[in-house]
Design a protein. Sequence first.
Length: 170
Amino acid sequence: MYTSLRLGVMSVLIAFVCASCAVSPEAEERRQRQEEDIQSILSEPIDVEKLGTTKRCLSDHEFRSFRVLDDRRILFIGRHRGRLWLNTLKTRCQDLRFATALRVKGTLSSDRICRSDSFQAGDWFDFPWYRRWPWHWGRTWSTGAICMLGDFQPVTEEQVEAIERVLESP
């Protein structure tokens, strides 16, 4: 009897989770249009001599910060001459929109981030040096989803502004 009750509860939970993940056809169509518009913006020619080409990795010395554009794109802001790189993640990352810090697990090196490196999106207050009483809420750094970086594509400020307009459009 206990096993059948447990199976029933599990079935209801799985059904609830699946139903909450469903996306309406209108929302999926809107997302597809946005993706097409963004790809069109990114296909515009740029000054390769000034901005460089798409990179597999960024050194810690090349960028100073990042800004989340949506649940799939991170803009890395360079240290020199206003360089910008757009990283389009392999898949959507649910926790990304609220991130103020990225905890990257590098596969190639500890002083650079690369395509296929995994990370967790978090908040600065999740970092270990803030986890002292009374702020010690847990033992782990973050409980967020594990996400994976893509390539670092150089972009212009105009391209970033155009992408942000597409993402904000209804």
